[in-house]
Design a binder for this molecule. Structure first.
Ligand code: DC
Length: 230
């Protein structure tokens, strides 16, 4: 399937099931660019927090819509960490967008139609020349419906909560396992039931449940998928 064509690979699925780790590994193996579309929704959420657009009454969507034109999001390579970092209006926000405050608000922000329109257009521009692995919720359904390869990833919510917990522990962020599980289940629900581009498996996406798979097993599975042995 590979030949020399630079593929568009779309990876969708539930929160914290290892999409970005897997997508990064695939991009590095194939020499492709990796784009974390969730980071873009997180960056807009951080912007809302910075501008006090979120209160107990919810998000001031009208004000956000008026300000959308002044939000610039991009990915810039950091030679020290050797990774691409998310930038928002001239500042690296890679750390700030991963905190629990952004996690708790991001589903609500990502339901706003105009937010999605802006980010989908940007994502399509980034994928124009192929050679890209993008992960998110609507990549195979809305952003790249013609993607060459579509994966839909899932894992049990217990496994996902534990993975996220270990990740945060490593970064010395203190939250309880229960709090994380609740956040994940709430986001699953909001992502699947929202009106705008709900999370769903594209008909032609291949399902991958990685609850009990190691990263090496996943990569072997993927390489078999794109280079079938027979
Ligand atoms: O992948 P993540 O958990 O960092 O994504 C954060 C949130 O952004 C997630 O709750 C849903 C939303 N999202 C989305 O609506 N569409 C995408 N393509 C990617 C993420």
């Amino acid at each position: 399937m590979l030949n020399n064509k630079k593929l568009v690979i779309a990876i969708d699925g539930f929160s914290s099931c290892g999409k970005s780790t897997f997508a990064k590994a695939i991009a590095s193996k194939l020499g492709y660019i990796y784009i974390d579309s969730g980071a873009m929704y997180r960056a807009i959420t951080l912007y809302c927090i910075q501008k006090n657009l979120i209160s107990e009454q919810g998000i001031d969507a009208d004000k956000l819509k008026l300000l959308l034109h002044e939000i610039n999001i991009g990915f810039i390579y950091n030679p020290h960490s050797q990774t691409y970092e998310t930038w928002l209006n001239g500042t690296s926000v890679e750390e700030a967008i991963r905190g629990i405050e952004v996690s708790n608000q991001v589903s609500a922000v990502s339901q706003i139609k105009e937010v999605r329109q802006k980010l989908v257009a940007l994502q399509q521009e980034m994928g124009k020349t192929g050679g890209i692995v993008m992960d998110g919720r609507d990549i195979g359904t809305v952003v790249f419906p013609q993607a060459d390869i579509k994966l839909f990833m899932t894992a049990s919510s217990d496994v996902r909560a534990k993975r996220r917990y270990d990740e945060l522990l490593e970064k010395q962020v203190s939250v309880s396992l229960n709090e994380i599980k609740e956040n994940i289940e709430k986001r699953d629900h909001l992502d699947q039931t929202r009106e705008e581009s709900p999370l769903r498996k594209a008909e032609d996406a291949v399902l991958l449940d990685n609850s009990f798979m190691t990263p090496t097993e996943q990569m072997d599975w993927f390489m078999d998928l794109i280079h079938p042995k027979n």
